[in-house]
Design a protein. Structure first.
Length: 186
């Protein structure tokens, strides 16, 4: 596993965008077979967090766009790093990811109860690579720009906090794919 350089990322994104509907269905079905809990998290749980905000239809559109970007990330990792590890290989993987994310996200979500300086430090720490971790900087930047472009092109007026939440969740998605594709050291 390595950080994708510009050309690799471009080719993987080009592949993701060239997938037709039939191929897309096959990719999603295989993903659900290989990683059922991860698939449910990406395409059901995370979008519902975004889409259920204040019951406004515009957030359903943002949730759908988020799911589309998750599909792009799935395709990028498969194109760049090969076949996805199967669920049987590590049945506790998703549990460990949830515990890790809860530990890291909980303080971030409760940052409204601390000073702005401490909240800023908590956000910086969350987005910093952990020991031995690769951050797919180019991919995260592409995803963030995609969210910004979606918001600009939309007739809807999205709250900045919801756009930030969506970007953070996409960062989490990329991080989870990194963790999935990184072999566990024994």
């Amino acid at each position: 596993m390595h950080e994708l350089i510009e050309r690799e990322l471009y080719e993987a994104l080009e592949y993701a965008r060239s997938v037709d509907q039939e191929q897309g269905k096959h990719i999603l079905i295989q993903f659900e077979i290989d990683q059922p809990m991860f698939s449910q998290t990406l395409f059901n749980i995370f979008p519902s967090i975004i889409g259920d905000q204040s019951g406004e239809e515009k957030y359903q559109h943002l949730a759908q766009f988020f799911a589309d970007l998750c599909f792009d990330v799935l395709c990028v990792y498969q194109k760049a790093f090969g076949k996805m590890p199967k669920f049987e290989d590590n049945t506790s993987w998703m549990e460990s990811q949830a515990m890790l994310l809860d530990k890291e996200l909980a303080p971030l979500l409760n940052s409204s109860h601390v000073s702005e300086k401490i909240a800023k430090k908590m956000r910086e720490d969350f987005f910093k690579p952990k020991e031995g971790e690769f951050i797919q900087t180019g991919l995260v930047q592409f995803l963030n720009e995609s969210i910004d472009d979606f918001a600009k092109e939309s007739a809807e007026d999205y709250h900045e906090s919801m756009l930030d939440l969506t970007k953070t969740m996409l960062f989490v998605v990329v991080r989870m794919f990194n963790n999935l594709y990184t072999p566990v050291k024994k």
